[in-house]
Ligand binder design. Structure first.
Ligand SMILES: [Zn+2]
Length: 273
C-alpha cells in the first residue's frame, strides 16, 4: 500500500518534471488570485509571474516599459496588451536558465484580455504586430513558456471581492501580508488572515496599499468583468478552463490542487493535456 503511494507520487513528480504546466489564474481583484498563485506555484514547482508586481517594478525603475505603463495608468487606461506581453517576455528572457527548462509558470493577471490570450496562443497565427521581437531559438523557447495550458477561473461574488480587497494590509515591520476581513456569507467562509509570531503592537504597522480604495477597487472589478467573459469563453471552447469556487478561501487550496493535477493528468484517472 505504502509502496503504491510512493510509486504514484514519484510518477507524478516525474511527469511534472518532463511536462511543466503553465497555468493562469483568472479572477477579479480580491478573489485570492495572489495568495492562490503563490501557493500553487510552490506546490507545482512553477514560477509565479504577477503582472501587477511586474509592472509596478518597471514603473519604480522608470524603464521604457515602466514609463509607458505609468502614462497609460495616469490617463486612467489599462496598460496596452503589447506592453504587458513585452514585460512578461523580458522577464522570462532575463530569468536564469533553469526557469526555461523544467519548471512551469503560474500567471497572475495574464492574459487579462482576449487579445493577450490570442497573442500567446500556439494555435493562432500571429498576423498582427505584437510589438515583440522574438529572438531566434530563445524566442521560441520563451514563447512556449508563455503558452497557457489551463486557465483557472476563481469564482467569487463582487461583494466579497470588494470586502477582501479592502481588508488587505502589509506589515511594514515584518513585511507579512495580512487580511483583516472576515467573510461569512453566500456560502463563503473566509476568516481573517493574521500573522503568527508577530512582535507586540505589530498591528500599528499594518498599511493599506495606496490604490486599495473602494472607488479604485470597484472600478478594477468592473474592468475585470467587462473583459473576462470573452477570455473565459476562449479557454472554455478549447476545453482548457477549470472553474473553481474557493468557498473556504485559502483552505480550499488542496481541493483546487487536486482538480488541477487530475485535469492535467498528474494523477490517476486524469486526462492528458
Ligand atoms: Zn508585523
Amino acid at each position: 500500500m505504502q509502496l503504491q503511494v510512493f510509486i504514484t507520487a514519484t510518477t507524478a513528480m516525474n511527469n511534472l518534471l518532463r511536462n511543466p504546466i503553465n497555468l493562469t489564474l483568472i479572477g477579479p481583484p480580491g478573489s485570492g488570485k495572489g495568495t492562490y498563485g503563490k501557493k500553487l506555484a510552490a506546490n507545482l514547482r512553477a514560477i509565479l509571474i504577477s503582472v501587477g508586481d511586474l509592472l509596478r517594478d518597471h514603473v519604480r525603475r522608470k524603464t521604457v516599459i515602466g514609463v509607458e505603463a505609468a502614462e497609460a495608468q495616469q490617463r486612467g487606461e489599462l496598460v496596452s496588451d503589447g506592453i504587458v506581453t513585452k514585460a512578461i517576455y523580458e522577464y522570462l528572457r532575463l530569468s536564469p536558465r533553469d526557469v526555461h527548462n523544467d519548471v512551469g509558470v503560474v500567471f497572475d493577471g495574464y492574459p487579462r484580455t482576449l487579445q493577450q490570450a490570442k497573442l500567446i496562443s500556439p494555435e493562432i497565427p500571429k498576423t498582427t504586430d505584437t510589438g515583440i521581437t522574438m529572438g531566434h531559438g530563445q524566442g521560441m523557447l520563451i514563447s512556449e513558456k508563455m503558452h497557457v495550458h489551463y486557465a483557472v477561473s476563481l469564482q467569487v461574488p463582487d461583494d466579497i471581492c470588494l470586502k477582501k480587497a479592502l481588508g488587505r494590509r502589509t506589515c511594514t515591520l515584518c513585511q507579512k501580508e495580512i487580511n483583516v476581513c472576515d467573510i461569512n456569507e453566500f456560502g463563503y467562509r473566509m476568516p481573517p488572515i493574521l500573522p503568527n509570531n508577530c512582535p507586540p503592537r505589530c498591528d500599528t504597522h499594518w498599511k493599506k496599499r495606496h490604490d486599495d480604495t473602494e472607488e479604485i477597487i470597484l472600478r478594477r472589478i468592473h474592468n475585470f468583468r467587462s473583459s473576462a467573459h470573452p477570455l473565459l469563453s476562449f479557454y472554455e471552447k478549447k476545453g482548457k478552463l477549470i472553474n473553481f469556487q474557493p468557498f473556504n478561501g485559502v483552505d480550499d487550496l488542496p481541493v483546487l490542487e487536486k482538480i488541477v493535477r487530475t485535469t492535467v493528468g498528474l494523477e490517476e484517472g486524469g486526462k492528458n493535456r
